[in-house]
Ligand binder design. Structure first.
Ligand code: FES
Length: 562
């Protein structure tokens, strides 16, 4: 069934005598007559030397192009940007991270729109790549397959597997004298052994798993290590498959349904995935026109146990999940228990259930304790929880686990910037039982919702991961663990209640009741509100000022919607 998508768009740019100039330009790029008779597939490539997450993507883009050609279409590669979340972490540069998601989405959309590509292969690695590319695919609604760069292998240090997470936490131990310069330097050299995304179930690997669960990536594509030969084969298969989707007329919005998003949330929460997945899933759903309120995360978490024992909270890295059967192993457990919607369509042209049956038919999953059976989970509920209350009327996000499912109550230690909180932790001014509040770090206030990994790692390094809670209108890295509440909405910069908290106010994080509150009477909060004044914007020109004006609420994915 060739119509309606087969060459529907590219014929606008290359067919007929009036398109002679266009073909002349393409001939100069290297295309010929046969290429113009085929559909044109854009290959969006986020390759860059700014991060190991993306340093190897050229080879995957080349494999995808080979697959597109074999499938019977013409590939045309173009670039988009990335930033490295780990390298941007802990300083002013992190304000560019969420902005990069919007730039990736806009750039992939605009090139595909302007060149009239018929379909898209999206090749990305670091945290914001796949969410940005999927947002573009949802807007464009041209047949799309996502190719992931894959996780880095863990490094080896003093007899144990380590990743960049260990280096962040080592900074806290080093600051309080529990780790020497020489040991820190040896860890630095061991933690990141080569190409790929940060090795645990942090944001990039969570989002790759989400994309696989949504059905927008070939089965198994999330967990294959960056350096594994299967990675190129999967990229080549993806190129071939996107041409098949063109023939079938299957578009992203046929796949990105409400039920598919519920599947994605179930997988993210069963994996103990990053809180950032809440933000990105909400944003992608809105781009796809799907009604997905933030409270759906609680409903799905209630029926989804935490199954995978993954870093940062657990023991294993993404390469261990790959050896244990990958994301399909988790999906199979959830499908058999009736948690997943097996009838959702995917980029294979088959349903989730059919994909998992094919995966199982390929051979038994190896025995391992990386993924626990549904009947014997790590935790009876999923890991992602939405809190509401007088401190977060529109919602806040917390990653919970067996160790922090109770009530955390303590005095607020209030900071208006991440750096001020980091300094207080480094100087030993934060004590067990405190609730560190970091505000004016929201989508508009930061701008860009900085991730507080440097602070949370310093806290964990200095005091362990249960002693101090943190509440912020910013975000957390996927590598953060402990009682940390982020995405507080409305944010401080627009007058959210978090702006009204004062030093010493009692903050209550009540996980069983899913509330986040400040124990201050309503009349006192009203009086504080009457005195509150919005601070001047931190940037008055350039990209940061522009995006600060455009960002929406974290409770709706912090998109820059028109
Ligand atoms: Fe790219 Fe961690 S910096 S995944």
């Amino acid at each position: 069934m060739a119509e309606p998508t087969w060459r529907e768009r590219s014929r606008q740019s290359v067919d007929g005598p009036e398109r002679t100039p266009h073909r002349a330009m393409y001939r100069a790029v290297g295309l010929g007559d046969e290429d113009f008779r085929r559909p044109i597939v854009g290959v969006a490539n986020a390759a860059a030397e700014v991060t190991p997450c993306n340093v190897h993507l050229d080879a995957l883009a080349a494999a995808a192009k080979h697959g597109v050609r074999e499938g019977g279409a013409t590939p045309i590669e173009f670039r988009t940007i990335t930033v490295s979340d780990a390298i941007a972490m802990g300083h002013e540069g992190m304000k560019g991270s969420l902005i990069s998601r919007e730039i990736i989405a806009d750039s992939v959309e605009v090139v595909t729109f302007a060149e009239r590509f018929d379909a898209l292969v999206a090749v990305g690695g670091c945290d914001k790549n796949l969410p940005g590319m999927l947002m573009a695919a949802a807007r464009l609604n041209v047949p799309t397959v996502v190719v992931y760069g894959g996780p880095m292998l863990p490094g080896r240090f003093e007899g144990r597997d380590v990743s960049v997470q260990d280096t962040f936490e080592a900074v806290g131990r080093h600051a309080r004298g529990a780790m020497g310069d020489e040991e820190l330097a040896r860890l630095e050299r061991a933690a990141c052994p080569g190409a790929g995304t940060c090795a645990g179930m942090y944001t990039a690997n969570t989002m790759a798993s989400v994309v696989e669960a949504l059905g927008m990536m070939l089965p198994g594509g999330a967990a294959i290590p960056a350096v594994h030969a299967l990675r190129r084969r999967s990229a080549e298969d993806s190129g071939r498959q996107v041409v098949e989707l063109l023939r079938l007329g299957v578009r992203p919005r046929d796949i990105l349904t409400r039920r598919a998003f519920e599947n994605a949330i179930a997988v993210a929460t069963a994996l103990g995935g990053s809180t950032n997945s809440v933000l990105h899933i909400l944003a992608i759903a809105r781009e796809a026109g799907v009604d997905l309120p933030i409270d759906v995360f609680n409903a799905v978490s209630d029926r989804t146990p935490h199954l995978a024992d993954m870093k940062p909270g657990g023991r294993y890295h993404m390469s261990d999940l790959f050896m244990a059967g990958g994301v399909p192993r988790v999906m199979r457990e959830l499908l058999d228990a009736g948690v997943l919607h097996g009838d959702c369509l995917t980029v294979t042209g088959r349903t989730v259930r059919e994909n998992l049956e094919a995966w199982e038919a390929a051979g038994p999953a190896p025995a391992s304790d990386v993924v626990r059976p549904f009947s014997d989970p790590i935790d009876r509920q999923g890991s992602l929880t939405i809190l509401r209350g007088n401190l977060a009327p529109d919602g806040a996000v917390m990653k919970v686990g067996p160790h922090h499912r109770g009530v955390f109550r303590g005095p607020a230690r209030v900071f208006d910037r991440e750096e001020a909180a980091f300094q207080a932790v480094s100087e030993g001014a934060i004590r067990p039982g405190d609730v560190v509040v970091i505000r004016y770090e929201g989508p508009r206030g930061g701008p860009g919702m900085r991730e507080m990994l440097a602070v949370t790692s310093a806290i964990v390094g200095a005091l362990g991961d249960q002693a101090v809670a943190l509440v912020t209108d910013g975000r957390f890295s996927g590598a953060t663990h402990g009682p940390m509440v982020g995405h507080v909405a409305p944010e401080a910069a627009v007058g959210g209640p978090i702006a009204l908290v004062e030093e010493g106010d009692e903050i209550v994080i009540d996980v069983p009741n899913r509330t986040l509150s400040v124990a201050v009477p309503d009349e006192e909060m009203a009086a504080r509100r009457a005195r509150w004044q919005a601070p001047p914007p931190p940037y008055r020109a350039g990209a940061l000022a522009k995006y600060a004006r455009l960002f929406g609420s974290a409770a709706e994915g912090a998109r820059t919607a028109p």
